[in-house]
Write a protein that binds this ligand. Structure first.
Ligand code: 13P
Ligand code: SF4
Length: 314
């Protein structure tokens, strides 16, 4: 099947099966273009919670599919590739995190949405990079808080809220690799460019930012801001929508540090997000599998902190 036929077939199957295709900004541009809805992690969860489709095809990484499945127990949630996980979610195994939580019984547990359902099951409230500040600030001033798994995001939220959350030592392998030196070189070459940074980046990279925010917040800023050039320190998939929404502006992907071998790699790409291809979207919709399965007892616990987040984000 040609690409055009593949896209037509996906749209036909989606209509026939009353399926909605949702995509995160980091998946391939051609998958984003095909989706009914694109968004950041918060918007995807919100959209899943209110769709009246019978099937949700979640084009993103596995925890995004799990969140949709937990919120929509009566719908079929499909993911094009179940092996598309997330290094950050993997850096926080539920048993180890559970032991950490148990060792601090007087702490409120705040978990980033980039976690498995089992880790969410030992959490009090979930956050995304869109609402982490707002939700942490809604907790009592003297509350003792555990934040996991992203240490960079946790440090950033501590710095802007004045809280002293106890942090789990996790990180995203893509965002942790952006290099201060490379961004400074780019700034010198493009003195008018504004620097857009996702809060999963390390502190010294965040310190260079004109805007720190979730993928949706960076996109919104890039569209509204008067500057015409932007250096973008997050996964490069977001450039597709930035360029589409602001075609007259220039978006420069921030390069990662050189790899150990000195080669320039595509390290500002999330290899998990890039596992979602048109062919896999087609196959999963045609065969109605793989279906995201979250064990009932885990889903029953994990839904509480997710719903708390959605309530606090209204
Ligand atoms: P957003 O919530 O900003 O979309 O981020 C998701 C993510 O995986 C960042 O690496
Ligand atoms: Fe996970 Fe990082 Fe990929 Fe985001 S970019 S999905 S945090 S591995």
């Amino acid at each position: 099947m040609s690409k055009t036929e593949l896209k037509e077939e996906i749209r036909r199957l989606a209509r026939e099966k009353n399926a909605v295709i949702m995509a995160h900004y980091y998946v391939d541009g051609e998958v984003q273009d095909l989706a009914d809805f694109i968004g950041d992690s918060l918007a995807l969860a919100q959209q899943a919670g209110k769709t009246d489709a019978d099937i949700i095809v979640l084009c993103g990484v596995h925890f995004m599919g799990e969140t949709a499945a937990i919120l929509c127990p009566n719908k079929k949630v499909l993911v094009p590739d179940p092996a598309a996980t997330c290094s950050l979610a993997e850096s926080c195994p539920a048993d180890a995190f559970g032991e950490f939580v148990a060792a601090h019984p007087d702490h409120i547990v705040v978990s980033y949405v980039n976690t498995t359902a089992a880790t969410k099951a030992v959490t009090d409230v979930v956050v995304t990079s869109s609402n982490a500040r707002q939700i942490v600030e809604s907790l009592p001033k003297d509350a003792k808080i555990i934040f996991g798994p992203d240490q960079n995001l946790g440090n950033y939220i501590n710095s802007i809220t004045g809280r002293n959350m106890l942090l789990w030592n996790g990180a995203c392998h893509v965002h942790a690799r952006f290099s201060v030196e490379k961004i400074l070189e780019l700034k010198a070459a493009h003195p008018g460019a504004k620097v857009l940074v996702h809060p999963e980046c390390k502190g010294p990279v965040v310190a260079l930012a004109d805007k720190v925010g979730s993928t949706a917040a960076l996109l919104k800023f890039a569209i509204a801001d008067e500057s015409t050039e932007f250096i973008v320190a997050t996964e490069s998939g977001i450039l597709h929508e930035m360029q589409k929404q602001a075609p007259q502006k220039t978006f420069i992907p921030a390069p990662p540090e050189l790899s150990e071998t000195g080669s320039t790699c595509a390290c500002n790409e999330c290899e998990y997000m890039k596992m979602v291809t048109l062919e896999k979207v087609y196959r999963c919709l045609r065969d109605e599998q793989p279906v995201v399965q979250v064990p009932k007892e885990i889903a029953a616990k994990a839904i509480k902190p997710i719903e708390r987040m959605l309530e606090l984000s209204k």
